[in-house]
Design a protein around this ligand. Structure first.
Ligand SMILES: O=C(O)c1cc(=O)[nH]c(=O)n1[C@@H]1O[C@H](COP(=O)(O)O)[C@@H](O)[C@H]1O
Length: 237
């Protein structure tokens, strides 16, 4: 993996024109973009495909969750779009169907374990009996057993999960905040350097870059922090 690919910038903007302008501004400081609800539902899917054709890597963040047949047919279609990653929620039927839908393609499925905006109280409110760490742990085991290639989790669970899965699964962590930046609605956060040292393969960063006065400077600073933290296994920290 190219070190630069470890930063995934979430293109969370409300028009293709804004996304295009941001990509131009970021230039070669960002090689991997996440495209999610906001841009896709503002006409961004063809733009994401063009960006993939231009050589950028694309993480299509659709967080699919439906009956198995619907998920696998949807994933089969997405697998023809030139994307690198696709998210689904970490429910066993959904993960199984997504893995089947992506079979034979280069698309990698990432299972969203527990949203980084949730804490233990949010899980209780949603009807779960487990703590965040217990539910993440259960979903990691299920994803692993079903052959899902990667996981979305917060940096707080990265070290434990890395010890458990070794190098068999990609760990992708949103909830990343450069020191001093606003956490917004994220509840389980770490700095880029700490997330990398905890064992994350890729960091997803949106607002700290997208809403910055100088997005390129922020992206370059995160890239430097990642490069400076790479290669130190979390288990040795
Ligand atoms: O699947 C995701 O990417 C995701 C999962 C999660 O648990 N938490 C989370 O924040 N995300 C996404 O990661 C991005 C984080 O954005 P910022 O909080 O602006 O850095 C958003 O686009 C979220 O949709």
């Amino acid at each position: 993996m190219d070190t630069k690919d470890r930063l995934i910038c979430a293109l969370d903007v409300d028009s293709v024109a804004k996304a295009e302008a941001l990509v131009i501004r970021l230039g070669d400081s960002v090689t991997f973009y996440k495209v999610g609800y906001q841009l896709v539902f503002n006409g961004g899917l063809p733009f994401a495909q063009d960006l993939a054709r231009s050589g950028k890597k694309i993480f299509l963040d659709m967080k699919l969750h439906d009956i198995g047949n619907t998920v696998s047919k949807g994933v089969e279609a997405i697998a023809r779009m030139g994307m690198t990653f696709l998210t689904v929620h970490a429910f066993p039927q959904t993960m199984k169907a997504a893995v089947e839908g992506a079979r034979g393609s280069d698309l990698k499925i990432l299972s969203v374990t527990v949203m980084t905006s949730y804490d233990d109280a949010d899980l209780v409110e949603a009807g779960y009996r487990q703590s965040v760490s217990e539910l993440v742990s259960q979903r990691v085991a299920q994803a692993m057993a079903l052959g899902v290639p990667g996981l979305i989790l917060s940096p707080e669970e990265a070290a434990t999960t890395r010890n458990r899965v070794g190098d068999t699964m990609l760990l992708v962590t949103p909830g990343v905040r450069p020191a001093g930046s606003d956490s917004g609605d994220q509840k389980r956060i770490m700095t880029p350097g700490d997330a990398i040292r905890a064992g994350a393969d890729h960091l997803v960063v949106g607002r700290p870059i997208v809403a910055a006065a100088d997005p390129r400077a922020v992206a370059e600073a995160i890239q430097a922090e990642i490069a400076g933290s790479a290669g130190v296994p979390a288990t040795l920290k």
